[in-house]
Design a protein around this ligand. Structure first.
Ligand code: NAD
Length: 487
């Protein structure tokens, strides 16, 4: 099958929906399928109204054992890197199709779509980093020359969410492959098509058959099978705390596989009166508006110093409501619908709760899958909308009086993924950089800004382990200590 689709009347003609196993697209073993509906119109995602994604059952989750040793595991990193680099180039070339597929599956606007570039950058960076996957030697034990070996696990699994599918995929598949493992990735049932498009491109890129396998399917069936699978020795998951907890339990109850969990957030941003207010308002508004607020690290709680609260709210509301909401396939749109009916209804429930527990300062309306950018003020710290992840364009803006109060409130959450502080006082910035309980802290910047070569992950209930250039290479390699006694 050709990897590059042809567009006819604005739609790709050749959308792959089957499972990708051992280098081939196959139907599910039980022939079961599931339907994908476009969020704003609820139409089946296909021109001929017959497109259904295949879902993986138990048989398809097995049979990958030790394939890596015969393919990627026994060759040098530069050889493993070659198909990864080629895939990166193909990712860049196929932007329109990736953007289209994400738009129709989960409502991401095609205008400003850059996930294929981010994914390409990740494949290229990990391709270059292959030689960092190695152990150390030690002469610290008299009479011995000791060393550690770092070796691939064999079969590793990855489970990804729907909100940034291609970026999540690249952050797991690229390090797993460059370290010589075989990967079985399960995409989200809400957005499986870009993963399958990447699978098509992997053939053209020259991936050895079987090193990359892509399953579609629901979490409680195919995701649960992978989490409990006895041949899978490490699993990297991005998604909700609810599913993460089940995966960790399944991992512990099966074969104690290594687990990396990238989970949700309720990220705070603290704005002091010496900050550049226009910039802070624009950056914090973008953080909670981008991807219709469906971002793990979105700053959904903003704490503003009392002296500038009124001015900040004015600036913020202008920035937050300056959107082009509409059809995600229209290049002028920058605010799409929520990903599906479930997300749409969940966000509306939180807005109803917000109206009971605070003051509605902007928006609040919801129609046909779209949620207006919504701001609440005067919400108590222990209110549900202050403590729980909403995953929509809904933000609480609260006033603080002292630095100590701001830090305590920012940290008063079970989550710890990302936090931000806006101030020109370097000492205060460093006090917050140290004091904020989060895996990433932005100073005069906020999410989705991240460091390309730094670790990413959560404190507290936002996760276990880290992803990142060196961290992910490390995570996909087993350790072995070799002790050599010298005669
Ligand atoms: P989700 O947990 O519902 O689903 C994520 C994936 O897990 C899907 O592929 C799903 O099929 C699978 N899954 C669900 N139940 C499972 C089970 N019992 N066993 C195995 N797999 C299972 O999350 P979602 O709605 O797709 O994504 C939104 C969540 O992801 C939010 O909480 C968001 O904060 C989080 N997220 C975190 C990061 C991060 O880097 N920390 C990035 C993106 C999204």
């Amino acid at each position: 099958m050709a990897s590059t689709n042809t567009f006819v009347d604005g739609k790709p003609t050749n959308i792959e929906t089957r499972l990708f196993i051992n280098g081939e697209f196959v139907e599910s073993s039980d022939k079961k399928t599931f339907s994908i509906y476009t969020p704003s119109t609820n139409e089946l995602v296909a021109e001929d109204s017959s497109l259904r994604g295949h879902c993986s059952g138990h048989q398809h989750s097995s049979g990958y054992r030790q394939r890596s040793a015969a393919s990627m595991g026994c060759i040098v990193p530069t050889q493993r890197a070659a198909p990864l680099k080629k895939l990166a180039a193909l990712l860049r070339q196929n932007k329109d199709e990736f953007a289209y597929l994400e738009a129709v599956c989960m409502g991401r606007p095609v205008g400003g779509y850059i996930d294929n570039i981010i994914a390409a950058n990740k494949f290229e960076s990990f391709a270059e980093a292959g030689y960092t996957g190695k152990g150390v030697s030690s002469l610290n034990t008299p009479g011995f020359v000791n060393m550690t070996l770092r070796q691939p696990f064999g079969v590793v699994a990855a489970i990804i969410p729907w909100n940034v599918p291609l970026v999540s995929l690249a952050g797991k598949v690229a390090p797993a492959l460059i370290t010589g493992n075989t990967v079985v990735l399960k995409s989200s049932e809400k957005a499986p098509l870009t993963s399958l498009k990447l699978a098509q491109l992997s053939i053209e890129a020259g991936f050895p058959p079987g090193v990359l396998n892509i399953l579609s399917g629901h979490g409680h069936i195919s995701g649960a099978t992978l989490s409990a699978h006895m041949d899978v020795r490490a699993i990297s998951f991005t998604g909700s705390g609810r599913a993460g907890s089940m995966i960790q339990t399944a991992a512990a109850q099966s074969n104690m596989k290594n687990v990396i969990l990238e989970l949700g957030g309720k990220s705070p941003a603290v704005i002091f009166d010496d900050a550049d207010l226009e910039s802070a308002a624009a950056k914090t508004a973008n953080s909670i508006q981008w991807n219709s607020g469906q971002v793990c690290m979105a700053n959904s709680r903003i704490y503003v110093q009392d002296t500038i609260a009124e001015r900040f709210l004015e600036l913020f509301n202008v920035a937050f409501s300056s959107i082009h909401q509409g059809n995600p396939l229209n290049p002028a749109t920058n605010h799409g619908p929520q990903a599906d009916k479930v997300q749409f209804e969940t966000v509306q429930r939180y807005i109803a709760l917000g109206k009971e527990s605070g003051t509605l300062a902007l928006g609040g309306a919801a129609k046909d899958g779209f949620i207006e950018p919504t701001v609440f003020t005067n919400v108590a710290q222990d209110a549900k909308i202050m403590q729980e992840e909403i995953f929509g364009p809904v933000v609480n803006i609260c006033i603080f009086h002292t630095e100590e109060e701001a830090l305590a409130k920012a940290n008063d959450t079970e989550y710890g993924l990302y936090a931000a502080v806006f101030t020109k006082d370097i000492n205060r910035a460093m006090r917050f950089a140290k004091g904020l309980e989060a895996g990433t802290v932005g100073v005069n910047c906020t999410s989705p800004v991240t460091g390309h070569d730094l670790s990413f992950g959560g404190w507290k209930s936002s996760g276990v382990g880290r992803e990142g250039l060196l961290e992910s290479i490390n995570a996909f390699l087993e350790h072995k200590s070799v002790l050599i006694q010298i005669e």
